[in-house]
Design a binder for this molecule. Structure first.
Ligand SMILES: [Zn+2]
Length: 205
């Protein structure tokens, strides 16, 4: 839904997975493109904290680092957006069952490898699992998103499909967890109800 006043903290989280919510930080991918809610590295940090990609302590560290290295933060924001657009194309290929771009896969793999190299094995309760070591570098957010995205991309056989919203001027991606598996809208309240209103107007005109 078009709303110029909306900020990164206000955007709806409808993707059902952080990698898809990351793709959905562009308001519309339909007839028009944008607006883009990632307008600064600080926006990326705020988003990552909201989605638990980083914790509060890491947020503070990254904000200090970013503010003392302006051009680097700007560059890293660009890298994050490259990842975002690659993920959009990859998941759209899954949705449309079309050919996947090798460059997009390579970009995700490179970042995911860096993300994995920042993890350690640790014991939590009775189980052993991968744990993130403290995020310090500005690229930590992109790398963590890439790890999550790679897990989602490679788990197609065990999960519901990724779909693109059919709403006019939307195109948001989401994991279809609906009972019937035929969800068409990112949200029934926005895109779904807009479509119903349009259909009604068409019928009664
Ligand atoms: Zn939608």
């Amino acid at each position: 839904m078009m709303d110029m006043q909306k900020k990164i903290d206000d955007i709806s989280l409808l993707g059902g997975h952080p990698a898809l919510d990351f793709v959905n930080t562009v308001d519309s991918r339909g007839g028009r493109w944008g607006p883009d809610f990632l307008n600064s590295y600080d926006d990326l940090v705020a988003w990552a904290c909201r989605l638990d990609v980083i914790d509060d302590k890491e947020r503070d560290v990254l904000l200090v680092t970013a503010n003392s290295s302006g051009p680097d933060a700007e560059k890293e924001l660009g890298q994050a957006k490259d990842l975002r657009e690659a993920l959009y194309r990859l998941f759209l290929s899954e949705f449309g069952e079309s050919q996947i771009g090798p460059n997009d896969l390579e970009l995700v793999a490179d970042m995911a490898r860096r993300g994995l190299s920042q993890q350690t094995l640790g014991q939590v309760g009775g189980t052993i699992e991968w744990r993130r070591s403290e995020a310090k570098g500005l690229d930590a957010i992109s790398n963590r998103i890439a790890v999550l995205a790679a897990q989602l991309l490679t788990s197609r056989a065990e999960r519901r499909p990724v779909r693109a919203c059919q709403g006019r001027n939307c195109g948001w991606l989401f994991l279809d967890q609906s009972r019937g598996g035929h969800r068409r809208w990112c949200s029934d309240k926005t895109c779904g109800s807009n479509a119903r209103v349009r259909k009604f107007r068409l019928r009664s005109s």
